[in-house]
Design a protein around this ligand. Structure first.
Ligand code: CTP
Ligand code: MG
Length: 230
């Protein structure tokens, strides 16, 4: 049994700001991408033996050298990402060696601090027969739907809402079919599977799997790391 992981890390991080693309911003002396890879390696029960990373075009070689020490015996492939996240995931999927893989994960470099237990829960669910699996946490804000004028349309019952994290896990063929279908406007990979009629299963996520998106998220990341290093 072995798994592969695709890591989209080719975004610019416009909401975070700064000169450096987000995946290469440092927290506690290491880039978010290095933290993410280290976290995936720590999930030993996931048996990850292939890492495919999509990076900004031109950065492939440098990132390959930077990550080599962190992947151990696993295979590492670095490809140029695309204009939007799904393009980056697709570019990575194109080079995944699918032979002998029973689970494929897609994990945002920006969710650099996901606990090993979450990763292992996702892989375990796929190995138990789930076609598509997402880690989720309860929504803490009240969510409203708004129309084009900004007026509220309605308020969905919060008890039926969850926030979705990564890694998302898939039966390899399902993810390939989902991306081959070329659905536009999907904001995550599970959504592409939903549109194919595939059942998406949930497992418990973690607040630590937050996505570094805005400047204050870097402060949270620094604090989390400092606590873990105590
Ligand atoms: N990503 C990618 N290729 C893109 C866009 C995003 O690989 N063309 C990756 C990011 O590097 C990140 C993940 O997808 O790891 C989640 O995306 P997001 O948090 O939106 O990151 P950015 O697109 O970099 O940030 P922003 O939207 O603020 O510019
Ligand atoms: Mg983005």
């Amino acid at each position: 049994m072995s798994s592969a992981v695709v890591i989209p890390a080719a975004g610019l991080g416009l909401r975070l700001g700064g000169e450096t693309p987000k995946a290469f911003r440092e927290v506690g002396g290491d880039s978010l991408l290095v933290h993410a890879v280290r976290g995936l390696k720590a999930a030993t029960a996931a048996d990850l033996d292939c890492f495919v990373v999509a990076v900004p075009p031109g950065a492939e070689e440098a990132v390959g050298k930077e990550l080599e020490p962190y992947v151990g015996d696993a295979r590492l492939l670095v490809v140029a990402g695309g204009a939007e996240r799904p393009d980056s995931v697709r570019a990575a999927l194109d080079v995944v060696p699918f032979d002998g893989i029973d689970c494929i994960l897609v994990h945002d470099a920006a969710r650099a601090f996901v606990p090993a237990a979450v990763i292992e829960r996702v892989v375990e669910a796929v190995r138990s027969g789930a076609q598509a699996v997402v880690p989720v946490v309860p929504v803490t804000d009240t969510i409203k739907r708004v129309g084009p004028t900004g007026d509220v349309i309605d308020t969905p019952d919060r008890s039926t809402l969850v926030a979705v994290q990564t890694p998302q896990g898939f039966a390899p063929d399902v993810l390939r079919r989902a991306h081959a279908a070329g659905l536009v406007g999907a904001t995550d990979d599970a959504m592409m599977c939903e549109r194919l009629g595939v059942t998406v299963t949930t497992v418990e996520g973690s607040p630590d799997a937050f996505k570094v998106t805005r400047p204050q998220d870097l402060l949270l990341a620094e604090a989390l790391l400092a606590e873990r290093r105590l």
